[in-house]
Design a protein around this ligand. Structure first.
Ligand SMILES: Nc1ncnc2c1ncn2[C@@H]1O[C@H](COP(=O)(O)OP(=O)(O)OP(=O)(O)O)[C@@H](O)[C@H]1O
Ligand SMILES: [Mg+2]
Length: 253
């Protein structure tokens, strides 16, 4: 069963076709890698998936629900959560508060509840607090709960971003270069963490330039170049795919 269905999506920026008639299906419970050279259109696909940019053509479905061109908060509520290529945490807030903010993307009490602090809102707040603590424990970040997010090491900040995304209880987690800038030990830890999420049944789509990570973590790999999908398959096939090698190294390689 595919959880995400991207159907012939195109995105133009002026004369540039950043995403060109791109289609992909992501099966429930899998880890899929989206790879390709710089400027291939990978992040733009994520921005279309999460409603940051409208698509020019095509459709996107989560399960059987069309999420094409919905507002970002609606797509988050539908069950898509992401991290960004550059860390986006509230660095002046505590680790715990960063996770609580993530949980609010799916809160129900709404803005009036938050202002008037009615009973439903207080109950929801308590639930969110407990859930945030539990997520931090599972991620091995509980000891940093009251630290300012900006004081964490780079690797831990990237992990915290994932935890914040998880607080929204997504069906699909999308990670834009989660290992970028990490040292080998941080990368190993990140991989173990992502594997645990997968073991619990979460569907994960990730962009990554670290091929060792992609090859050992992903069951399927989709390759983009110049906005188009140029290959798709299991990692061992992608590794030796001629079009892929050419896209990275140039023709004649
Ligand atoms: N908001 C924007 N306005 C204009 N052009 C954009 C915009 N966002 C992306 N682009 C262009 O679209 C193309 C695809 O960019 P994108 O960021 O999706 O690439 P990418 O595959 O994520 O690359 P990288 O691996 O370097 O992160 C690039 O040529 C980029 O300059
Ligand atoms: Mg990118």
């Amino acid at each position: 069963m595919s959880l995400l269905n991207i159907d012939r999506v195109t995105k133009r920026f002026g004369g540039l076709i950043a995403v060109d008639n791109f289609s992909a299906r992501i099966d429930e419970g899998t880890i899929t890698g989206l790879i390709g050279p710089n400027g291939a259109g990978k992040t733009t696909v994520f921005n279309l998936l999460t409603g940051i940019y409208p698509v020019d053509e095509g459709d996107i479905f989560l399960g059987n629900q069309a999420i094409t061109n919905q507002a970002p908060h609606r797509i988050a509520t539908a069950g898509v959560a992401r991290t960004f290529q550059n860390i986006r945490l509230f660095k002046e807030l505590s680790v715990l508060d960063n996770v609580r903010i993530g949980a609010h993307s799916r809160g129900r009490a709404g803005i009036f509840g938050a202002i008037f602090r009615n009973r439903a809102a207080r109950r929801e707040e308590a639930t969110i607090h407990a859930k945030a603590i539990q997520l931090l424990q599972e991620a091995g970040l509980a000891e940093y709960s009251s630290e300012l997010a900006g004081n964490l090491s780079y690797g831990l900040q990237r992990k915290l971003e994932i935890v914040r995304a998880l607080a929204g209880e997504p069906r699909l987690l999308i990670l834009d270069e989660p290992a970028a800038g990490m040292n080998p030990r941080e990368t190993e830890e990140l991989m173990a963490f992502v594997r645990r999420l997968h073991d619990r049944g979460l569907t994960i789509l990730l962009i990554e330039h670290d091929m060792k990570l992609v090859m050992s973590l992903c069951q399927r790999v989709i390759v983009m170049d110049h906005g188009q999908k140029i290959a798709e398959g299991p990692p061992e096939e992608i590794r030796t795919n001629r079009a892929v090698v050419e896209a990275y190294l140039g023709k004649g390689a």
